[in-house]
Design a protein around this ligand. Structure first.
Ligand code: 76R
Length: 248
């Protein structure tokens, strides 16, 4: 048996994608719409306050295309907190005008492929910060789930540690060329959801998602061993943009 990579885990992650029922929203009275908007604005304010207290982080983005209309991406210490967050939304008046589109449960993960021998990673403040990150306030988000292939001759999980480490190094070198342009959060989801990882990317310029993901397709670890789910891409929402989005 090959050695499993050692992983470090941070905050749990819920990606909660919703579609807006525009017909119901347009038919609602102005008072009902205002109350629904107030309730979501106060949830967003509470989540911002929790982020300032370093108790978690929440990103809120409109999704382009028909897969969903928006996503709430929550990071928290426990699965119970994530469940409370989704249920708070479900009980809020805006939820009556939305339908679930997709969700993804995972946990922020760093693996030891690139770690320095002999170093205790949890003594490194950069690593600790990456495990419990404040999500960037970038203009765009991109999310997709992925697996490492287990298919006949192309089985990632049958490769030795050294071979996997060499491939992950090459992967990391490509990634590093996008430093400052794309911020990635890798979250592990084995045992939690239908794929093995969630990949969440943030960028000011959405085109950099395409450039990065395309370049990685030629790298062996993605070319030979990567299998990908649906892609979701979107634009950052804040209190004002939410008012605009819901204006009918
Ligand atoms: O943690 C590190 O920064 C060290 C290097 C590194 C690891 C271990 C790294 C760097 N990644 C790692 C692990 Mn990654 N990553 C992806 C995708 O679309 C695709 O082809 C793949 C989706 C992207 C876009 C991306 C970006 N990475 C992983 C893992 C876990 C593998 C395992 O444990 O087997 C997955 C699934 C994965 C997938 N990666 C980087 C990036 C970027 C931009 C970097 C550079 C980060 C930096 O140096 O700042």
């Amino acid at each position: 048996m090959s050695d499993a990579a050692q992983t470090l885990e941070g905050w749990y992650v819920l990606h909660d994608f919703r579609t807006i029922d525009w017909q119901a929203w347009k038919q609602a009275g102005a008072g009902e719409r205002a109350a629904a908007l107030d309730a979501i604005q106060s949830m967003l304010a509470d989540w911002n306050a929790q982020e300032e207290q370093r108790e978690g982080s929440t990103a809120f983005y409109a999704i382009v295309g028909q897969k969903a209309d928006f996503v709430l991406m929550h990071l928290r210490e426990t699965l119970e907190e994530l469940n409370e967050l989704e249920n708070r939304f479900n009980k809020s008046p805006l939820a009556a005008f939305t339908k679930p589109a997709y969700s993804y449960v995972s946990i922020v993960e760093l693996s030891n492929y690139m770690s320095k021998p002999g170093e205790d990673p949890l003594q490194n403040p950069d690593i600790v910060a990456r495990l419990k990150p404040a999500l960037p306030k970038a203009r765009h988000i991109c999310f997709y789930p992925m697996n490492k292939r287990r298919d006949g001759g192309d089985n990632w999980y049958m490769l030795g540690m050294d071979e996997r480490r060499a491939m992950m190094r090459s992967h990391g070198m490509i990634g590093r060329q996008y430093a400052g342009k794309v911020k990635q959060i890798i979250s592990g989801s084995v045992g939690f959801d239908n794929w093995e990882w969630g990949v969440t990317l943030f960028a000011e310029d959405a085109l950099q998602f395409k450039k990065l993901v395309y370049e990685m397709r030629f790298d062996e670890v993605s070319a030979r061993y990567g299998d990908f789910g649906d892609f979701y891409v979107g634009n950052r929402l804040d209190a004002d943009k939410l008012v605009q989005l819901l204006q009918v």
